[in-house]
Structure formats: C-alpha cells, structure tokens
Design a binder for this molecule. Structure first.
Ligand code: NAG
Ligand code: NAG
Ligand code: NAG
Ligand code: NAG
Ligand code: NAG
Length: 289
C-alpha cells in the first residue's frame, strides 16, 4: 500500500465508519433520561423558563418524532411546510421515528459546569459580539432511531442542544448519521426514502406564523444534512431563537480551524471509498493497527 495512504490513516484514525459522531455533545446513560419506547411518544414536561420566538415558555417536551415543543406536547408524525399556526417547535429532524423498532431518545436538562463551558465557548466563537453564559443546557439526542414500519437497518442519529440564560436562547442542531428521511406512512419506500415527503428541519413559531428552515427540508436532499452547516462545521446548524426573528451567526476567520477538520473528514470519506473499492477495510486495519 501507498505509504502516504498509511500515513493518512494513522493521522485520521479509524475510518471504518463515515458517521459524523464528532459533532455530538456527550449523551446517553447514565446521565440522561430516556423516553419510553413508544411510536409517537414524548418525554414528560421539563419545567424551566425558556424564551423562544419572542415569548416566555415554562416547559419543554422532547417529542419522539424529532421535535422540541414548548408548553404543549406536539408529536404529530405528519411533517408540514412551515409556517403553520398552533405549534411552537424547534425541529432538528421532524419525521416518523419509531424507537420501538430501534434506537433510543435521550435528554438531559443540566447545569453541569463543563457542559455550560463547552456550550458558552461554542456559541462565543459563532456570536463574537455577545458575552453569553447559559444557566442551563438541554441535550436531546435521537440515537440510532428507526422509522415507523422499518424493516431495514437504516438509522438516524442527531441532536438538539438548547441553552438559555432566561433572556437569550440558542439552539444547535448536530447531525451525526442520517440514513432515512421518512416513514412509510408519509410516502416513504421500504428504505425510508421518498421523492417528496421527506423530513423537516428548522423551527416554527405558531404564535406569529413565522419560521426558519434548513435547506433541503421536505425534499430528498435533507439526507445530506450531515454535510451542510451555517457555521462551517459539517452537520452543525446554530441559531439564536429567543426573539421573534431568528438570528443565524456570521462565520468569521475564527472558524478556519474548524473548517480544517471538515477537510480531514472529506479525506476520510474518500479513503473509505477507496478502501471499499480496492480491499476490505479489515485487511487495512489489521495490516496497520
Ligand atoms: C459534568 O459532566 C462531565 C462530563 O460528562 C462529568 O465528567 C462531570 O463529572 C460532571 N460534573 C458534575 C459536577 O456533575
Ligand atoms: C443573558 O446574557 C445576555 C448577554 O450577555 C445579557 O444581556 C442578559 O442580561 C443575560 N440575562 C440574564 C437573565 O442574566
Ligand atoms: C409497511 O411497509 C411495507 C413495505 O414497505 C408497506 O407495504 C406497507 O404499506 C407499510 N405499512 C404502513 C402502515 O405504512
Ligand atoms: C447528496 O450529496 C451527494 C454528494 O454531493 C449527491 O451526489 C447526492 O445527489 C445528494 N443527494 C440528494 C438526495 O440530494
Ligand atoms: C451578521 O452581520 C450582519 C451584517 O453585518 C449584522 O447585521 C448582524 O447583526 C450580524 N449577526 C450576528 C449574529 O452577529
């Protein structure tokens, strides 16, 4: 094998999976609560003061179908175009999830100081004009979840990190692995893919009928959301959401370093492809590691 390739594999580490897991905040047992296994289920109310879209809410629900909702549970599996009335939502990936078939939905409402520091530092780099320290951080993670009626191995792993100091509120969507875009009830085929009924990512303010959305929403292109970004970190989207007008950050030269990791990931994917074309990756692994 080419020495340059060996060197790159050593530098980059294990390329056997193309999942973008580096983008995720820590999650899972034993710190997190887990939603019950139930089609169209939700967490119980998480009681906290949270300004969203220009209004103060006093509780949050983590809904199984890829949504955070405020003061009321909202767990429709029928993705709708934004905006619509009667639903204040933050939607990392609204689609017909079924955690009875596969995966887990975890959440943690936390004041852990290292989590607060991580979130404050991330936001400071994207919103340089604002000096912000959250008082709490909610990490909600859909880990390897299947779609309703799935008989395939396709799973999605994504996260919403919501934080607030009770005046300002920010949400970060992190996409590690997106392999399906809709359940079979919404026109998806047996692989969870569709031509026009695909998942919706963004936010909807039912009170004033306003919204924001991530490009690709409700189209098959949403499957590539692990590679898109508004902060030059593939699979990461960040918004300030406390005001009626949602604010997207301005990416500056501070993000150069992070963009660099994107180049590494792209090389990783290319190597992955090369591995599959030429020799099995297990042969490469045993010959090097
Ligand atoms: C905060 O979270 C980190 C990482 O999960 C953990 O190591 C640490 O023990 C936690 N600190 C407290 C005070 O719970
Ligand atoms: C939240 O942070 C912003 C930015 O620093 C600040 O203006 C605001 O007063 C803070 N809110 C509270 C309740 O501390
Ligand atoms: C479940 O999936 C199968 C195979 O894709 C399909 O034929 C059937 O209509 C689906 N059932 C529902 C309730 O969506
Ligand atoms: C996803 O991205 C790949 C690589 O850029 C592209 O070939 C493919 O057409 C995209 N898929 C969709 C459904 O847009
Ligand atoms: C981004 O830049 C525009 C134009 O300079 C400015 O109006 C806006 O406030 C900036 N947004 C942030 C989050 O800094």
């Amino acid at each position: 094998m080419n020495l340059a390739v060996i060197f790159l594999l050593l530098v980059i580490g294990d390329c056997s999976t193309s999942a973008n897991t580096g983008v995720l905040y820590p999650y899972g047992a034993p710190l997190d609560n887990e939603n019950m296994k139930a089609d169209d289920g939700a967490s119980s109310a998480i009681t906290v003061t949270v300004p969203v879209f220009g209004r103060q809410y006093s509780s949050i629900y983590v809904n199984n179908n890829g949504l955070l909702s405020f003061d009321v549970l909202f767990n429709s599996k029928l993705m709708q175009p934004f905006p619509f009335a009667d639903g204040t939502l933050l939607a990392p990936f609204w689609a017909d999830v079924d955690n009875e078939i596969s995966g887990g939905i975890y959440y943690r409402m936390s004041q852990n100081s290292s989590l607060i520091t991580q979130n404050a530092n991330d936001l400071a780099s994207y919103f340089p004009g604002i000096s912000y320290t959250p008082t709490w951080v909610l990490v909600a993670t859909w880990d390897k979840v299947a779609f309703f009626n799935s008989t395939t191995n396709r799973v999605n792993t994504f996260q919403a990190v919501l934080s607030s100091n009770e005046t300002m509120t920010f949400v970060m969507y992190n996409y590690a692995e997106i392999e399906w875009t809709t359940g079979t009830n919404q026109g998806g085929n047996s692989e969870g893919l569709s031509r026009d009924g695909d998942a919706k990512a963004g936010g909807n303010n039912g009170a004033t009928i306003s919204y924001f959305e991530i490009p690709g929403s409700l189209t098959p292109a949403i499957i590539n959301i692990t590679t898109t970004s508004n902060v030059e970190v593939p699979g990461r989207w960040i918004f300030r959401v406390d005001q009626s007008q949602v604010i997207s950050p301005n990416v500056t030269s501070k993000q150069k370093e992070k963009a660099c990791s994107w180049i590494l990931r792209t090389m990783c994917l290319a190597l992955d492809y090369w591995n599959h074309q030429h020799i099995s990756s297990s042969v490469i692994k045993t010959s090097i590691f």
